[in-house]
Design a protein around this ligand. Structure first.
Ligand code: DC
Length: 201
């Protein structure tokens, strides 16, 4: 039996942490769909064509330092190309419908990839809070960045992700919104688990 949990939201809102914790709680598989776009973005930074890179993507491409800020921006840029998005649909569908349950996080999971998912969450937070979290994370991983740079990057990426024509970032109409601006990770995970339990009964 498949059971899909769709978790969308802007950059650095806590989707990844919440998705991992929810997947672990229910024993579901987890796919960070941003990694697919980051892998394509990384290939483009290395000189590849975006559409060809998306069509040739394999699991081996999902490793390496895909968390770099330049890769994040490249991911957001390739994500506006309809052919790139189309090339990544089947992989995401197959993952979502696997037996045993799946959590997918991204930007368009509840709206485009899995519009019939029984649970849809939209995890968000103010741009300042998100940028501060991402800044601390990047610094911890030895990336040489300033707070101002990270905030500018987050704002630029959100704008591009929200305003693109194809599968823009937005909550599905039936998504439950979780604003983590003033929440601890523990509370945000608890809110997500509670929402899932209400649906599963
Ligand atoms: O979640 P992330 O920050 O790793 O995502 C990187 C970029 O990939 C994001 O700015 C937009 C794109 N993306 C997307 O368009 N659709 C998704 N489902 C996931 C990510």
């Amino acid at each position: 039996m498949s059971f899909t949990i769709a978790i969308d939201g802007p950059a650095a809102a806590g989707k990844g942490t919440i998705s991992k914790a929810v997947a672990a709680h229910f024993g579901f598989a987890h796919l960070d769909t941003g990694l697919l776009y980051r892998a394509v973005g990384a290939r483009v930074l290395a000189g590849a064509d975006a559409i060809a890179a998306a069509r040739a993507l394999t699991l081996d491409d999902l490793t390496g330092d895909l968390r770099r800020p330049d890769v994040a921006q490249a991911a957001s840029r390739v994500a506006v190309i309809p052919e790139v998005r189309a090339a990544l649909v089947d992989f995401q569908h197959d993952f979502a419908t696997r037996d045993g349950g799946a959590v997918l996080d991204g930007r368009d999971i509840g709206t485009v990839i899995c519009p019939d998912a029984p649970v849809k969450l939209f995890v968000t937070a103010s741009a300042e809070v998100r940028a501060e979290r991402r800044f601390l994370e990047l610094r911890e991983n030895d990336h040489d960045v300033t707070r101002a740079q990270v905030l500018a990057d987050v704002v630029a990426r959100d704008k591009r992700d929200r305003e693109r024509a194809e599968a823009p970032l937005k909550p599905a109409e039936d998504a439950v919104i979780i604003d983590t601006s003033d929440m601890s990770i523990k509370d945000a995970v608890a809110a997500a688990v509670c929402t899932v339990n209400q649906v599963r009964g």
